[in-house]
Design a protein around this ligand. Structure first.
Ligand code: FE
Ligand code: FE
Ligand code: ZN
Length: 276
């Protein structure tokens, strides 16, 4: 069987439109990319121009792009104790899942949330409630839960918490997981020296079948710091050679691998070349 290609890209702005973002991806040697569904630190949402979305779809088809990753705004906290914040999470997730019809069969990534004092079990319960309320069997996109660094009151910093969340979701064929190398390392998973061990643990606790995307970031802090601070590839504690092995690991073949490093697209292109 022919092996699947490496799908590498980075987070890109869609401020100038979706096709424009796709062209930037092409220009830097990417064959996937990630975009925010709306202002990441606010709630505002701009209507999607169906022609623009169509143009991006053709561009991706013609250039054999892998799956694209839509990222929910950081302000979406599915398990907040504040009713207003939770209302926003319900509305935002509902609208975003509806908007994913313009990007059929792609993935929608979200952070499992911060329980802000309610405790992890309550956080997991609230996030699962939101997902069960808003997800539908015929929704166009798969929802991905991103593994977090476990800082503050974040949930999703351990595979056990992700497994616990997944176990409570009723629509299993529309849910998956996005691993983030910086978050994993900060959470104490040694992706630098023991990637196979980390993947075995993930498979045992969560299940590799749920693995749908990877965020490839170096980490500004050492293992177990619980600090979510991304570094450029090769400029952090994980390092280029480990990140390159991760990018080439068979577990991620065919899945979108997205850089979220503090760089502009031309430098992202350089990072993609280093990783390939
Ligand atoms: Fe994220
Ligand atoms: Fe990430
Ligand atoms: Zn992060």
């Amino acid at each position: 069987m022919e092996s699947q290609p490496l799908y590498l890209g980075c987070h890109l702005s869609n401020a100038k439109g979706y096709e424009a973002a796709g062209r930037v991806a092409l220009s830097i040697g990417a064959n996937t990319f990630q975009f925010f569904t709306r202002n990441p630190r606010g709630g505002g949402v701009k209507a999607i121009d169906p022609e623009d979305a169509d143009a991006l779809r053709s561009l991706c088809r013609e250039n054999r792009f892998g799956t694209l990753v839509a990222h929910a705004p950081y302000t979406l906290n599915p398990c907040s104790s504040n009713a207003k914040v939770r209302d926003f999470a319900y509305r935002c997730l509902g609208e975003d899942l509806e908007r994913m019809k313009y990007f059929p069969d792609q993935v929608y990534n979200l952070h499992p949330g911060s329980h802000v004092g309610q405790g992890i079990p309550m956080g997991i319960q609230r996030t699962a409630e939101l997902l069960n309320e808003m997800m539908t069997a015929d929704q166009p996109a798969t929802v991905l839960l991103e593994t977090m660094s476990g800082g503050g009151s974040e949930i999703g910093g351990t595979f056990e918490e992700i497994a616990e969340l997944l176990a409570r979701i009723s629509i299993h064929d529309k849910i998956g997981v996005c691993l983030d190398t910086c978050h994993l390392y900060a959470a104490g998973y040694d992706v630098k020296n023991d990637l196979d061990g980390v993947l075995r643990a993930f498979d045992r606790i969560v299940g590799l079948v749920y693995l749908r995307a990877l965020h490839l970031n170096d980490s500004l802090f050492d293992i177990g710091s619980h600090k979510d601070r991304h570094a450029r590839i090769g400029e952090g504690y994980i390092g280029l050679s480990a990140l390159r092995s991760i990018a080439h690991h068979e577990a991620f073949r065919g899945l979108p691998m997205i850089l979220e490093t503090p760089n502009e697209p031309p430098e992202h292109g350089e990072e993609i070349r280093l990783l390939r």
